[in-house]
Design a protein around this ligand. Structure first.
Ligand code: 3PY
Ligand code: MG
Length: 267
């Protein structure tokens, strides 16, 4: 089976830095796959992306060794299985709040007897190779997002779910769950304490801690702390911030005022 770069890095005790895709086309996906990142996540929850967009995006990523991941819209086994069949080497499952939900996500990622994934690899056979089913249970990443009040409360039972590879933090939903404004790179003491607790819990249970950020500064902070799955930038965010920075450099003209200035916590 073709290597899962992220799993390999984790087995070597190294971190994996990734990017986020919310633009529904193969070209930004391919461009992002040539930037040095270890993984890219096709965001079907909040990105403007449906299944027929996701498939060519996975194809574009697979022209490189970047690990293709999908954030599914919800903890729904049929969609988890469909994106894995289409070539995702892992899923990020939003809003996982307890052991039963974590088990449901894991089971959808694993072939029997470990789980309930139905056999029907499609595009993934072209990407991974003919021995895919033999290795898929070990190589496919199942990451559960902890970002709800119940998930924070039941962190211990989620982190100890057999077969779960990682807990990935959604900082803005986490902030809302803590009664804070939905800020992505967050310095609120309550937020920092919860993030630290999730990291410590993941380490104790021998699973990977993942964090979503909106800047290199915060990515570096979480890497230094020991997060092994860190999201650096998004296609949409990178495009907007790069153009805005260039616009600000020019003199001798008056740039248009943006109609919708980007707030915090956007994608
Ligand atoms: C959040 O901030 O809640 C996320 O899910 C980030 O993707
Ligand atoms: Mg979220």
């Amino acid at each position: 089976m073709r290597m899962n770069r992220v799993k390999k890095l984790w087995r070597e005790g190294k971190p994996a830095v990734g990017g986020w895709l919310s633009i529904p086309h193969c070209l930004p996906a391919e461009v992002m796959a040539h930037t040095g990142l270890d993984w890219l996540c096709v965001d079907m929850q909040h990105g403007c992306i449906d299944y027929s967009d996701a498939v060519p995006m996975l194809t574009a990523i697979s022209t490189t060794d970047v690990t293709p991941l999908v954030r599914v819209p919800w903890n729904e086994p049929s969609m988890i299985m469909k994106v894995l069949d289409a070539g995702a080497y892992g899923v990020i499952v939003p809003m996982v709040s307890n052991r039963a939900e974590a088990e449901r996500a894991v089971a959808a990622c694993r072939y029997p007897p470990k789980g309930m994934r139905s056999n029907g690899p499609n595009r993934v056979l072209l990407y991974a190779g003919a021995d895919y089913q033999k290795h898929a249970n070990d190589e496919v990443i199942c990451a559960a997002m902890v970002e709800t009040a119940e998930g924070i409360e039941k962190l211990e039972e989620i982190a100890s779910t057999p077969g779960l590879d990682a807990i990935y933090i959604g900082p803005t939903d986490l902030a809302l769950a803590l009664g804070l404004p939905p800020v992505m790179d967050n310095d609120e003491p309550k937020h920092i304490a919860t993030v630290n607790k999730i990291l410590e819990t993941c380490k104790r249970h021998g699973i990977i801690a993942g964090m979503h950020t909106a800047s290199a500064k915060y990515s570096q902070r979480y890497l230094d702390q020991g997060f092994q799955m860190v999201m650096l930038t998004t296609d949409r965010g990178a495009m907007a911030s790069h153009v805005k920075a260039d616009v600000a450099k020019l003199t001798g003209w008056t740039p248009m005022k943006p109609v919708a200035p980007q707030g915090s916590g956007g994608y």
